[in-house]
Design a protein around this ligand. Structure first.
Ligand SMILES: NC(=O)c1ccc[n+]([C@@H]2O[C@H](COP(=O)([O-])OP(=O)(O)OC[C@H]3O[C@@H](n4cnc5c(N)ncnc54)[C@H](OP(=O)(O)O)[C@@H]3O)[C@@H](O)[C@H]2O)c1
Length: 249
């Protein structure tokens, strides 16, 4: 592999926003390593799509990002093949059942918080030593407007995303001077599998607040992530950048 080859790791790359980010970064010349939880065929189809465009070969790795042992082993494998990681996009996440807090069980509530928060923490724990040694690196954590506003029926999801923002800000203060740039991207309502079964009333209420009267697309989020991954905005650090078509204004 050429020494100047840029390498990006995207968690949850098979579908929706993660897939669009993986494709966009590949178009920007990155060798993309992406993870997935269970959808092997979708993972293979993305690797093939990237190859069909004659872009740098992508690699799909199965890993439950919320499991610290699996993530440690993922990084062990990555290090055998890749000399460095320039960019990490912590995208993997789940919404869980949209239900009022009083109707959730402890298990389902904590599963959402654990999956979303631990996935980011596990990646950071493993990639930061590499990035600090390299004296450079970019980490982009995908949060949510729900974490800023607190959405009814999404208490665990909102809490998990808000936690990721605070975690990212604290880490920024610890590692920015080592050359590692950390930011969050906070989408509003984006058309993906995650939002395909939203309750009608909730969806209509959101749309009524949208100046654009439409959902966002994964590609729009990917373009923002790609900009933050580039060398251009190095003075933007520790921020949560909202991309919501004005729904949260
Ligand atoms: N869609 C929205 O409106 C919206 C709004 C705000 C924020 N977000 C955030 O954006 C991110 C992507 O959302 P999306 O709508 O694209 O979701 P999605 O279509 O449901 O896709 C989720 C992706 O995450 C992977 N994944 C889930 N749990 C995982 C785990 N434990 N370990 C590894 N991979 C895991 C899935 O892998 P498999 O395919 O193998 O299952 C899939 O690739 C999430 O963090 C979400 O919270 C989305």
């Amino acid at each position: 592999m050429e020494a100047h080859q840029k390498i990006a790791l995207v968690t949850g790359g098979t579908r929706g926003i993660g897939r669009a980010i993986s494709l966009e970064l590949a178009h920007q010349g990155y060798r993309v390593i992406f993870t997935y939880l269970s959808k092997v065929e979708m993972a293979e189809s993305l690797v093939n799509e990237i190859a069909e465009h004659n872009l740098p070969t992508a690699k799909a790795l199965k890993c439950d990002m919320s499991d610290s042992k699996e993530v440690a082993s993922l990084f062990k494998n990555i290090k055998k093949e890749f000399p460095k990681i320039d960019v990490v996009v912590n995208n993997a996440g789940i919404l869980g059942n949209s239900r009022p807090f009083m109707f959730t069980t402890d298990d389902e509530w904590w599963k959402v918080v654990k999956t979303n928060v631990a996935s980011v923490v596990n990646t950071c724990r493993n990639v930061l030593p590499m990035m600090i040694r390299q004296k450079r690196g970019v980490i982009i954590n995908i949060t949510s407007l729900s974490g800023q506003k607190g959405n009814p029926g999404q208490s665990a999801y909102s809490a998990s995303k808000a936690a990721i923002v605070s975690f990212s800000k604290a880490l920024t203060k610890e590692v920015a001077r080592s050359g590692v740039i950390i930011n969050c991207v906070s989408p509003g309502l984006i058309e993906t599998d995650m939002t395909s079964n939203l309750n009608n009333g909730y969806f209509e209420e959101r749309m009524s607040r949208s100046p654009l009267k439409r959902m966002g697309t994964s590609i729009e989020v990917a373009n923002l992530v790609s900009y933050l991954a580039s060398a251009a905005p190095q003075y933007i650090i520790g921020q949560e950048i909202t991309i919501d078509g004005g729904i949260g204004v």
